[in-house]
Ligand binder design. Structure first.
Ligand SMILES: Nc1ncnc2c1ncn2[C@@H]1O[C@H](COP(=O)(O)OP(=O)(O)O)[C@@H](O)[C@H]1O
Ligand SMILES: [Mg+2]
Length: 274
């Protein structure tokens, strides 16, 4: 879901731009890469704004965005297309990558977990100077329309598509690293997205940052901006802050009773008493 905003301060933003608060020079880097059709590797923890960033850039560049949600068993056919039986006939159905190549769209491979070899194979000739997609099953080769751009996001914490990409292909990507925003920016984002006041957003962000900074944390994931927004939206819906945090953050981060209890104590220490 895109949340419309009329932010006058965002450079190049048109009316009804998705709301995106830039952290560094990612907008400039992406814009330059897009002009050249250069593929982009977007790194960052889950829930830090990668998808929102790509949606924003596609909107600003006036390009169609075709998103493919990564999953472990993704095959090249899921990307490229396959023959399907329709009313007794076999017909070819383009996959999302093929549609993007034909349309000159941005193809966003979202949160790619260790891509299988046959998946990376189709990416290679598209990412390099050839910009072409071989459709073996159809016996043709498609040349990417102008505007086509490949964007791959992943969480460097626990997966790496990089090790399966050929070095020569990898060197043709531009990498952009996103992380959780600074405290002020994250407060603005949480307030805006959840529809809560700045003070409540600041409390949530303070808590999120305290959890992220836990030493020797037993948590596999940290409190993401997305989780803080979810907690905030429960508050906006009338739930009290402590309960919202318990449901949207604490219980989600761990199943371990001991850890849940310790996190609860941290929450009590960090959240303001009402
Ligand atoms: N820089 C940002 N500007 C605006 N909203 C943001 C930003 N970062 C995160 N968000 C908010 O956090 C939510 C989660 O971000 P998302 O892009 O889905 O994360 P990721 O794709 O990295 O998992 C978004 O839906 C958006 O509401
Ligand atoms: Mg995402």
């Amino acid at each position: 879901m895109l949340i419309a905003d009329r932010s006058p301060d965002a450079a190049g933003a048109s009316v009804l731009d998705p709301f995106y608060r830039a952290a560094g020079n990612e907008v400039e880097v992406f814009t330059a890469a897009a002009r050249r059709g250069t593929p982009v590797l977007l790194k960052g923890p889950t829930g830090c704004g990668k998808t929102r960033f790509v949606e924003t850039m596609a909107h600003r560049l006036g390009r169609e965005l075709i998103t493919v949600a990564g999953h472990e068993d993704m095959t090249s056919a899921d990307l490229v297309g396959r023959f399907l039986l329709k009313g007794g006939e076999t017909v070819w159905v383009d996959g999302p990558l093929t549609r993007a190549v034909r349309a000159g769209a941005i193809c966003y491979l979202d949160e790619i977990v260790e891509a299988r070899q046959d998946t990376t194979v189709v990416i290679h000739p598209l990412a390099d100077h050839r910009r072409e997609l071989p459709l073996d099953r159809l016996g043709t080769i498609l040349h990417a329309a102008p505007g086509f751009q490949l964007v791959i996001s992943y969480n460097p914490g626990y997966q790496s598509i990089l090790k399966n990409l050929k070095e020569s292909t990898r060197q043709r990507f531009v990498a952009i690293t996103l992380d959780f925003p600074g405290a002020d920016a994250e407060t603005e984002i949480v307030a805006h997205e959840a529809g809560i006041d700045t003070a409540t957003a600041r409390s949530l962000v303070g808590l999120g940052r305290a959890i992220r900074n836990l030493d020797g944390s037993p948590l596999g994931e940290v409190s993401s901006t997305r989780m803080l927004i979810l907690a905030g939206s429960l508050v906006a819906a009338g739930l009290d802050l402590r309960t919202a945090v318990q449901s949207a953050v604490v219980e989600v981060l761990s199943d371990d009773d001991e850890v849940v209890r310790a996190l609860g104590e941290l929450v009590d220490a960090v959240l303001p008493r009402r």
